[in-house]
Design a protein around this ligand. Structure first.
Ligand SMILES: O=P(O)(O)OC[C@@H](O)[C@@H](O)c1c[nH]c2ccccc12
Length: 271
């Protein structure tokens, strides 16, 4: 069994237990059901921002511990001050060390779009995302079939949440081109083998349906990488480890984004 399969087996079990512990009726009492979400697409398009979706990630199956001792309050505020367009917060505990509280903390201290980064296998988790104050959910094409993706997307939209659909290869992309997802993300990391290749997103770019926001995900390590992806046509950039491996991730993000600006002034982008 590859790592992704293992995560999904565990996730299904976890959701089953959670549903009994916190029934939907209870989730729906959250104040966030009465609150308008902040549009991730809108923030990604704003040209006073970098397009970076900055991620809070304590550990990962490929890297082990990345940063154990973090303050979500400090990093989330710092990321946004550094010029990020949005936040991505992992909530999977077992493999990534995240919690729902991390989203709630980020929400409490920031008015900005927040992506709840989770392995969604059940509509319950979409309600849960809403109940903790997220604005956008992730759906992973290698985990869900196109029909389920459509169903989950409609369900999320009914709650006012946006959807980032993650694909990794041509097959996953072409079988979901009629998806209503708001953003299409191409993951440069193969979740089954952990191989990372930046060219993966560039190669698939032209197959992303028109009108969808294009997000390059994972393995972005140098400011030059971001500028390269942007010049090729990407609107957004999901970056985690590059910032998280430093003791003060948000300061690293600020330095990184200052360097991007410098490069862009040197090689003006056509955006
Ligand atoms: O840390 P990186 O290489 O910058 O990657 C961030 C993000 O793209 C990655 O965490 C990710 C992309 N898709 C996922 C799905 C589940 C968990 C994590 C992910």
């Amino acid at each position: 069994m590859n790592i992704l399969d293992r995560i999904i087996v565990d996730k299904k079990e976890e959701v089953k237990e959670k549903k009994e512990l916190i029934p939907v009726k209870k989730l729906e009492k959250s104040i966030w059901f009465e609150t308008m979400p902040v549009s991730m697409s809108h923030y990604i398009k704003r040209d006073d921002k970098s397009g970076v979706i900055a991620e809070i990630k304590r550990r990962s199956p490929s890297k082990g511990d990345i940063n154990k001792y973090i303050s979500v309050e400090e990093i989330s505020i710092g990321y946004m001050q550094a010029g990020a367009s949005a936040l991505s917060v992992l909530t999977d505990q077992k493999y990534f060390g995240g919690t729902n509280e991390d989203v709630m903390t980020a929400r409490k201290f920031n008015y900005c779009p927040i992506l709840r980064k989770e392995f969604i296998v059940d509509e319950y988790q979409i309600l849960e995302a809403k109940s903790i104050g997220a604005d956008c959910i992730l759906l992973i094409a290698s985990v869900l079939d196109p029909e389920t993706i459509k169903k989950f997307t409609a369900f999320a939209h009914d709650l006012g949440l946006e959807v980032l659909l993650e694909v990794h290869d041509k097959d996953e992309l072409t079988s979901n081109t009629d998806s209503d997802a708001d953003l299409f993300g191409v993951n440069n990391r193969n979740l089954k083998t952990f191989d990372v290749n930046l060219e993966n997103s560039v190669e698939l770019l032209s197959l992303i349906p028109e009108g969808k926001l294009k997000i390059a995900e994972s393995g972005i390590d140098r400011p030059e990488d971001l500028v390269y992806l942007k010049n090729n046509g990407f609107d957004g950039f999901l970056i985690g480890e590059r910032f998280m491996r430093y003791s003060r991730p948000h300061e690293e993000a600020a330095k990184f984004l200052a360097k991007v600006k410098e490069l862009e002034n040197f090689y003006p982008t056509n955006a």
